[in-house]
Design a protein around this ligand. Structure first.
Ligand SMILES: [Zn+2]
Ligand SMILES: [Zn+2]
Length: 269
């Protein structure tokens, strides 16, 4: 398989093989106007040197991420199951310090907000073997877990998630969003309670004749850690308006759920 422009990455099939020379040239020359690999500003493949990770377009307009892994370069890196559905990929560190502000790490922790594909390549001699497109399913302190990209199973991100960039605290916020997208636990929460908004006490169905409620993960963002196991008691059920307002306050002022709830209830009495 020969890659002639950035878009070709989106039509690779698992087990396709590209030469290292070809991928190197595509990455380098996608940045060079008038080169044969140039296909516009939005198709520039960015990188920080020698990190094995590249991204197409800068956040929040990233279109995809390329990961090229060599066995043994980071100790966490590698498949975590026999079926090769999950791949552990380490955050990039400088002098053993991981910065989540580094673009190479930002494009990993922002993936659940934006849902662009992560193209995974593994090394084989002087070629790269394409393993498929992946999505970030878990964020740990030192690595992410990539799982095979199944666009149909991933909830559409809303505009709010798309347009924002989160620097300080972004890892915690993404963990929060992922908890709210955890279908199994959200289903349990919804089955276990009455569908009344925890803030305004409204019942969506009464007004709109449609059953609807949203689960909000109310664990204080400042206390997040990768050890935190999510639990149904960590969730409140909210109507869409209150849920939206809670997220706006969380982002803007870093307020915790109980505080926001008190504030909104006070406003409405
Ligand atoms: Zn409400
Ligand atoms: Zn929420």
């Amino acid at each position: 398989m020969e890659l002639k422009c950035t878009d070709n990455l989106f039509s690779l099939n698992p087990e396709d093989v590209v030469t290292k020379r070809n991928l190197f040239d595509l990455i380098q020359f996608s940045k060079v106007q008038d080169s044969e690999y140039w296909s516009g500003d939005s198709n520039i493949i960015n990188n920080t040197p020698q990190q094995g990770i590249n991204w197409i377009g800068d956040l929040p307009d990233t279109k995809g991420v390329l990961i090229k892994t060599r066995p043994g370069s980071y100790k966490e890196d590698g498949w975590s199951d026999k079926n090769q559905s999950f791949y552990h990929y380490s955050f990039k560190a400088r002098n053993n310090v991981i910065s989540f502000k580094e673009k190479a790490n930002q494009v990993l922790i922002s993936q659940p907000q934006h849902l662009y594909p992560i193209f995974l390549f593994t090394e084989s001699g002087d070629t790269w073997v394409y393993e498929g497109a992946f999505s970030v399913s878990t964020i740990e302190d030192t690595y992410v877990v990539l799982s095979r990209y199944l666009p149909n199973l991933i909830a559409e991100p809303t505009d709010e998630y798309n347009k924002q960039q989160y620097y300080e605290g972004s890892k915690s916020y993404v963990t929060h969003l992922m908890a709210e997208r955890n279908g199994a636990i959200v289903k349990k929460v919804k089955q276990s309670r009455e569908w009344i908004c925890d803030i305004c006490n409204s019942i969506f169905n009464d007004k709109y004749k449609v059953k609807h409620i949203e689960a909000h993960h109310k664990v204080p963002i400042s206390t997040y850690s990768s050890q935190h196991k999510i639990n149904i008691n960590d969730f409140s059920l909210l109507c869409p308006n209150c849920h939206k307002a809670v997220h706006i306050y969380m982002r803007k002022d870093g307020m915790e759920y109980d505080e926001i709830r008190r504030l909104l209830q006070r406003e409405n009495t």
